[in-house]
Every structure is written in C-alpha cells, then in structure tokens.
Design a protein around this ligand. Structure first.
Ligand SMILES: [Zn+2]
Length: 134
C-alpha cells in the first residue's frame, strides 16, 4: 500500500471525531485508500428519522464521486474493545468495486487504544453478491 497502514488508521481515527451520532452515541471513522493513492474520508452521520449513513459508505461514495473505481484498503475505527469490521451492507457496497474472485480489498479495523484486526473483503463476505458479466 502506498501510504502506511498506520497513517490510514490515524486518518480513520481523526474522522471518527467528525461523526454525528447524537442518537446512538456510536461513532465510526473510515479512511478508504484508492489505487490512485488518494484517501477518502468517512464518518457515520445519523438523522432523527432513524436513518444513518455509515462511515464506510460515505467514504466510498465520496471516492466514487471523485472518479475512483479501484481500492486497496479501508481502515475503520470505533471505540469497540474488539475493533469492529464493517457491517454486511457496507461490505456488499465495497464489493461493488472489488469483483475479484478473492475479494482482495484489505479491511483494517482498529480502536483508539491501538488494537488492530485485519482481514479482506473475501474473508469477511465470502459469498458476496457479484454480477460478473456487467
Ligand atoms: Zn455499515
């Protein structure tokens, strides 16, 4: 990866501070590294009508709007004692841009205490829905 794993986690951690989560109190920050070398930011944003944008989805949508289509890694930071990986819906959203059989997108979960868990899209969502012929 072009930028270090440490700096990707630090950026996700900084993004967690930008989360707007007055209802759940559960803040999430994400940093998505594209093959261009650029990093895209995300944080969860809740609304009073029980709607929430997940940090991973915001980072992904922002990247796609900037013309990105290929990604290397995403770091996600939460206050969980055991760092939390993205939810199933976000994994599926990420799979939209990683149609490789292996699902090689790196997924790094971390917390502010420095605990880190690492996996890949293919390991976390092995039977993800992909339409290969589009
Ligand atoms: Zn999610």
């Amino acid at each position: 990866m072009e930028i270090s794993e440490k700096s990707l986690i630090e950026q996700a951690s900084a993004n967690m501070q930008k989360a707007y989560a007055p209802y759940s109190g559960y803040k999430v920050g994400a940093a998505l590294l594209a093959t261009s070398g650029k990093v895209y930011d995300g944080a969860n944003i809740e609304g009073m009508v029980y709607r929430a944008t997940h940090a991973e989805k915001l980072a992904l949508d922002s990247a796609v709007m900037s013309g990105e289509r290929q990604f290397i890694a995403i770091a996600v930071v939460t206050n969980n004692q055991i760092p939390a990986f993205p939810c199933g819906q976000c994994l599926q959203d990420l799979a939209e841009f990683d149609k490789s059989e292996k699902g090689s997108l790196e997924i790094i979960a971390a917390n502010p205490e420095g605990k880190i868990r690492k996996s890949t899209l293919g390991q976390l969502l092995p039977e993800r829905f992909v339409i290969y012929d589009l």
